[in-house]
Design a protein around this ligand. Structure first.
Ligand SMILES: [Zn+2]
Length: 162
């Protein structure tokens, strides 16, 4: 079921909507294999009738299963819109479509979630990428330092010995 607001329920009060929306309903049309949405979108929103508009505001949370573009490690990214706000005009040229007294909020959710979607997911902002397998050039813990220093010292030792 898409996320719909029944305008009749709004006539004398604001409406609170809370729940989960399966991402299949959002039709995000993801082609990027680095990000998948396996869990539903959680929403807590309030809908109010303003003079000629419908004010929708609340919180959206969508966990996304990502794969780091550098090291391919899977991780979960939580897309959060804590102050999601949309003003939907109910009159004029830009009038929001109403079907059987209901306004479908799903297209607006889709639009704003896609805007916030991670483009280049990284497991950590300073992810170093795949570990280098060849040689002893890099170790995972202290790359550079642990390897270069001893060799520098051993070079010095050789010099001293001469
Ligand atoms: Zn990574």
């Amino acid at each position: 079921m898409p996320l719909r607001v029944n305008l009749r329920h709004l006539e004398d009060d604001e409406l609170r909507l809370e729940g989960e929306l399966p991402t299949a309903e959002l039709e995000l049309g993801l082609k990027d294999e680095m990000c998948r949405t396996e869990k539903p979108l959680r929403y807590e929103i309030e809908v109010q009738e303003m003079e000629k508009d419908l004010l929708v505001q609340g919180k959206l949370i969508l966990p996304i299963q990502c794969e780091c573009v550098r090291c391919l490690k899977p991780f979960e990214f939580v897309l959060e819109l804590p102050h999601w706000t949309r003003l939907l005009p109910m009159e004029g040229d830009e009038k929001t479509p109403v079907d059987n007294d209901c306004v479908d909020l799903t297209p607006y959710l889709r639009e704003d979630i896609l805007l916030e979607f991670p483009q280049h997911p990284l497991c950590e902002t300073d992810c170093r990428g795949l570990p280098v397998k060849e040689g002893k050039a890099k170790k995972a813990t202290k790359p550079g330092v642990s390897n270069q220093e001893p060799s520098a010292w051993s070079e010095l030792d050789k010099l001293k010995l001469k």
